[in-house]
Design a protein around this ligand. Structure first.
Ligand SMILES: Cc1cc2nc3c(=O)[nH]c(=O)nc-3n(C[C@H](O)[C@H](O)[C@H](O)COP(=O)(O)OP(=O)(O)OC[C@H]3O[C@@H](n4cnc5c(N)ncnc54)[C@H](O)[C@@H]3O)c2cc1C
Length: 303
């Protein structure tokens, strides 16, 4: 069988794309390994009508909705290889070779966390990437930002919206005088010293210990991690990648089309703004664009 579309990744972006195509009466195969990026968090916040739901419950409900369509097949497997053939694609997953006319990449990204004892086990509970997702729950309490990238000072300027903020440089470079002045204006305290540990029973956090022996009270620590695409498949297909704010992203146009004809991308792999709502909306766009490309060739329209 040749599917109209194979979607690699069956989470917020991939399932949203599948819904458009399924409702467009096309045959779809979703391939997924069940490891969404937010699986470390107990609650997902800010998603329309589902604020605070468990991430896996949200995705499970999305999957139930999608597999109710008989023209959508869901395969629990890793897509390990993709190649183009006769203006279509062959995806290897498990022991199968699956054929399609179009392809949507929605396999997400992974976070490369700093290698610090006690940090990884707090990821998603008290060590966090995004205050919109997990900030309100800590409002008014002492918060921290860990310097990891050039964007960290920007994050340190934002976090005081949620609570009094300490910016931990962890032995890294001191911000320039202009940035320091802005941080001071926002009443951000800079701690230049190296971090030696975290206090509080993981995954909770009560404080951050510095090399001089002091413990600064902090209940949530924000950091911008460097990110990587979960799979080399986009590069293998020849899709152009570009530098995003946190790591490489797949270059797409406004319809979600990559630089390779017939290949679309959606979700965290294609944007620097990362949340479930954006992933979902970009999945809707890629799904409807892939659908239209099966009808109109070339796809000479944009929204
Ligand atoms: C700790 C944490 C907490 C977060 N909390 C929130 C929150 O509260 N609210 C919010 O809106 N956002 C939150 N986010 C952001 C949110 O997780 C992402 O924006 C969202 O998951 C992106 O959706 P996606 O579909 O692009 O990718 P993912 O959800 O990461 O899904 C990618 C899917 O592809 C699969 N996959 C990967 N490689 C392959 C392969 N080769 N073959 C087959 N399948 C593959 C994966 O297993 C996964 O199921 C959080 C992120 C983190 C890290």
């Amino acid at each position: 069988m040749i599917y109209d579309v194979i979607i690699i990744g069956g989470s917020f972006a991939g399932l949203s794309a599948a819904m458009q195509l399924g409702r467009g009466c096309r045959s779809v195969c979703v391939i997924d390994t069940g490891q969404p990026r937010n699986r470390f968090a107990k609650h997902s916040h800010g998603f329309f009508a589902h604020d605070g739901d468990a991430p896996l419950a949200l995705i499970g409900a999305g999957r139930d909705n999608v597999v109710a369509y008989p023209n959508i097949t869901f395969i629990d497997a890793e897509a390990t290889d993709v190649r183009g053939q006769n203006e279509g694609f062959i995806v290897s997953a498990g022991d199968q070779d699956i054929h399609s006319r179009k392809l949507i990449l929605a396999f997400g990204i992974r976070d490369n966390l700093p290698d610090m004892a006690g940090l990884r086990e707090r990821w998603g509970t008290s060590v966090l990437h995004c205050p919109y997702c997990h900030g309100y729950e800590f409002k008014g309490r002492p918060l921290g930002v860990l310097s990891t990238t050039a964007m960290s000072a920007h994050q340190a300027l934002m976090i005081p919206e949620w609570g009094p903020t300490t910016f931990f440089l962890n032995g890294g470079e001191m911000p320039d005088s202009q940035t320091r002045a802005r941080l001071q204006q926002r009443q951000v305290v800079i701690e230049p010293g190296r971090i030696t540990g975290f206090t509080g029973e993981a995954p909770s956090l009560t404080g951050i210990t510095l090399e001089d022996g002091r413990t600064v009270p902090v209940v949530a620590l924000y950091l911008g991690s460097r990110t990587e695409l979960n799979s080399p498949i986009a590069e293998k297909l020849g899709c152009v990648l570009q530098d995003g704010l946190f790591g490489p992203v797949v270059q797409i146009d406004t319809m979600g089309q990559t630089s390779v004809a017939g290949v679309y991308a959606a979700g965290d792999i294609a944007y620097s703004a990362h949340n479930a709502t954006w992933a979902t909306s970009s999945g809707v766009m890629a799904g409807s664009a892939a659908h239209r490309s099966l009808i109109f060739d070339p796809l000479d329209m944009t929204f």
